[in-house]
Write a protein that binds this ligand. Structure first.
Ligand code: GLU
Length: 300
């Protein structure tokens, strides 16, 4: 029998804050309540912003909160070959294309188009969709630009991808952490346009490495913040294209900052390290994030 498997997957590009504490402790509690496994994954594909000191801080903060997880921890930067393999499959199947437009070119193109009175479509995060001018470049021209060393990113041809799968793509979303009620959500990956799947210098992206790792690690339940709710659509599409299993999701509420806004890694005062130094206890953290407090001491 395979056990329900949960994971907490932080990126060591900043210190953990109360929102991370909530997500981590919720996963831990759910794994325990369901007799399941708890994994920790370090999502450090961005090797310029992620540091080993921040990674060490994550372990320290999570242990302080009373969490435990299976060893060894999977660190994404140790597994680029796995993501490259998935990328090769997408390249071979002509589901991705090298996209050459720089940020400046994208901005200028969109400003130009909006200047002539046309609203440019935006993704669920409010970012303008990629104009995808180079989706139709001939093979020869693509090859020439790549050989010339032109910078590019691998983007998903979302139209081609949708034509390859059952277009009524859905994912399973639980209504709460009790994992009793579940509904099917329309994935709508087209809302993201031709997303970046890999970069030339990093052979992967957040979406690609998440789906590859969740499958490789046997994750069954993805419990993470509402901020990633719509991103699930693109991840479901990648799972289908790569023949990976479907998972079950629960996107939890976000913990607001003192000003009522979304917490960010740059707001140092809600960082777990700062709170710990200020004398806040793990039990206080549970209260602060609104997790049920049983009165029982937090395990050492
Ligand atoms: N690494 C992502 C983050 O820190 C979370 C990824 C996920 O849970 O799917 O926001």
């Amino acid at each position: 029998m395979t056990l329900p498997t949960f994971r907490f997957a932080p990126s060591p590009n900043g210190e953990l804050h109360l929102g991370h504490a909530y997500s981590a402790m919720l996963n831990h509690a759910m794994a325990k309540a369901n007799g399941g496994r708890m994994l920790l994954r370090i999502e450090d594909i961005d090797t310029t912003r992620c540091t080993s000191a921040l990674e060490a801080g994550i372990y320290e903060d999570l242990r302080w909160l009373g969490m435990s997880w299976e060893e060894p921890v999977r660190r994404q930067s140790d597994h680029f070959a796995d993501y490259e393999q998935a990328l090769s499959r997408l390249i071979d199947e002509e589901l991705v294309y090298p996209a050459f437009m720089s940020r400046g070119e994208i901005r200028a193109f969109i400003a130009d188009s909006e200047g002539s009175g046309r609203d440019w479509p935006r993704d669920p995060d409010g970012v303008p969709l990629y104009p995808a001018l180079d989706r139709t470049l001939g093979l020869k021209e693509r090859g020439r630009r790549v050989a010339d060393g032109a910078p590019f990113a691998w983007r998903l041809d979302v139209r081609a991808a949708m034509a390859r799968i059952d277009p009524s793509l859905t994912w399973c979303e639980y209504s709460d952490e009790n994992l009793v009620q579940m509904s099917l959500v329309d994935a709508q990956p087209q809302a993201w346009g031709d997303v970046i799947v890999a970069r030339r210098e990093i052979p992967t992206s957040y979406h690609l490495s998440v789906v590859v790792d969740d499958a490789l690690q046997g994750v069954s339940h993805v419990v993470r913040g509402m901020d990633l709710y719509f991103a699930t659509g693109i991840q479901r599409l990648l799972q289908d294209l790569l023949g990976l299993p479907q998972l079950r999701y629960f996107h939890h509420r976000l913990v607001p900052g003192p000003d009522g806004r979304k917490l960010s890694k740059s707001q140092k005062d809600t960082g777990l390290t700062a709170l710990r130094k200020a004398g806040v206890t793990p039990l206080d953290v549970r209260r602060l994030v609104g997790l049920e407090v049983t009165g029982a001491p937090v395990p050492p």
